[in-house]
Design a protein around this ligand. Structure first.
Ligand code: ASP
Ligand code: MG
Length: 411
């Protein structure tokens, strides 16, 4: 008998019919003898609708009151799903975050879970009940309703699984797993059977939108096995775990991530003296702008060129700051470029294989794609290229690292 937490996203509970289908699925697991805790999101579009209502009254809605109202989306779906289970003769009971007592800090609209009281849920499970919990919400010390940030139901699911020491946390969604890359860009992309927390975290921060990043961090920290599955199709999904299997078949690269969210800034001809990097980036970080990649190079005339990337939303502000800094420190010029894209290869296999980066550069060279910046970590190599070559680069890398699915009809 296993204890399983099953989380269903907004599209999976988007209509009454779908809620009935979810109830059928839950019932099957329950009848097989498993102990089941279900976490649900609001019906798809509902959270946006509620935020829209709030904005009609206040352009910047009061955060406490916004949490009071947006948390109602999930309160509707827990009630409906519990009814659908009861109708099928399955003992079920629903709880809001505050009824469970999912204790969070008081950072409204982006609260963090601090503690979960598992007493009530454990007693219900012992009585063979299915427990249905509202995702995305909690309660602070003072009893205020809080929410965990968009997509936060994933985190509720993982946190409950951690607190209950569940055997698995299953995330049911509208895709059948985690893919080697976005199938819209590479039709030969394949579903991964397994991926490590670390790899998934890199994929998620680099733009893969299957799971909320915080939920992956949480799962890794508490070693909660996570499985991404399709709500209404059968299949094994993708298991996200700790262990890095040493298998011969294990590819070196698990996936290719990419995004168009960044912009590049360069300051040229800066006198190369100690403290220059701080003088350039100090004012940027003082403005609360996050810097991602950085490259610095010293020229023969003892000046340096310094390039870094920021989120596109911060581009204008960063460029203005950089121009001011340039005048102060006597740089030759400050320029920027938003037509860039970042492409990354991710894989724990890199730890035990040399030459992965050069293999990547070779594949890009073959397509005559110029690399503007490079950064590496233990399990990732990222490059910045011209945006118009993004799709070409991702396809070339997917092939070079042998991630393409075998052609249909072939062996
Ligand atoms: N309903 C919330 C949202 O739309 C939480 C979730 O779906 O995970 O962001
Ligand atoms: Mg979601």
């Amino acid at each position: 008998m296993a204890l399983i937490v099953q989380k269903f996203g907004g599209t999976s509970v988007g209509t009454v019919e779908r809620i009935e289908q979810v109830a059928e699925k839950v019932k099957r697991f329950h009848e097989a003898g498993d102990q089941i805790v279900v976490v649900v999101s609001a019906m798809s579009g509902e959270t946006n609708r509620l935020i829209g209502l709030a904005k009609q009254i206040m352009e910047q809605p009061d955060p406490r009151e916004l949490d009071v109202m947006v948390s109602t989306g999930e309160q509707v779906t827990i009630g409906l799903l519990s009814m659908a289970l009861l109708k099928r003769g399955v003992q079920a009971v629903s709880y809001t975050g505050s009824q469970v007592r999912i204790l969070t800090d008081s950072a409204h609209t982006k609260a963090r879970i601090q503690q979960i009281d598992d007493a009530r849920i454990r007693a219900d499970l012992k009585a063979r009940k299915v427990v249905v919990v509202a995702g995305f919400q909690g309660v602070d010390e003072q009893g205020n309703i809080t929410t965990l940030g968009r997509g936060g139901s994933d985190t509720t699911g993982v946190a409950l699984a951690a607190a209950l020491k569940a055997d698995e946390c299953q995330i049911y969604t509208d895709v059948d797993g985690v893919y080697t890359t976005d199938p819209r860009v590479v039709p030969q992309a394949q579903r991964l059977d397994k991926i490590t927390f670390e790899e998934m975290l890199e994929m998620a921060s680099l733009g893969s939108k299957v799971l909320q990043i915080r939920s992956v961090e949480f799962a890794g920290k508490y070693n909660v096995p996570l499985r991404v599955l399709h709500s209404f199709q059968e299949g094994p999904g993708t298991l996200i775990t700790l262990d890095e299997e040493e298998s011969m078949e294990q590819p070196i690269i698990s996936g290719i991530a990419f995004n168009r969210d960044e912009a590049k800034l360069t300051i040229r001809g800066v006198p190369d003296t100690p403290g220059v990097a701080f003088k350039i980036l100090g004012p940027i970080s003082a403005a609360n702008i996050e810097v991602d990649m950085i490259v610095q190079n010293v020229a023969h005339d003892n000046t340096t060129d310094f390039t870094f990337t920021v989120h596109r939303n911060d581009y204008q502000a960063a460029l203005e700051i950089l121009k001011r800094t340039g005048v102060e420190i006597g740089a030759r010029e400050s320029v920027g470029d938003i037509k860039i894209a970042k492409v990354s290869i991710v894989g724990v296999g890199m730890r035990s294989h040399a030459g992965v980066a050069s293999q990547m550069f070779e594949a890009l060279a073959k397509e005559s794609i110029n690399i503007q910046m490079i950064s590496t970590s233990e399990i990732k190599v990222s490059v910045v290229i011209e945006e118009k070559y993004l799709e070409l680069a991702v396809r070339a890398l997917h092939t070079a690292f042998e991630l393409d699915a075998p052609a249909r009809g072939a062996e």
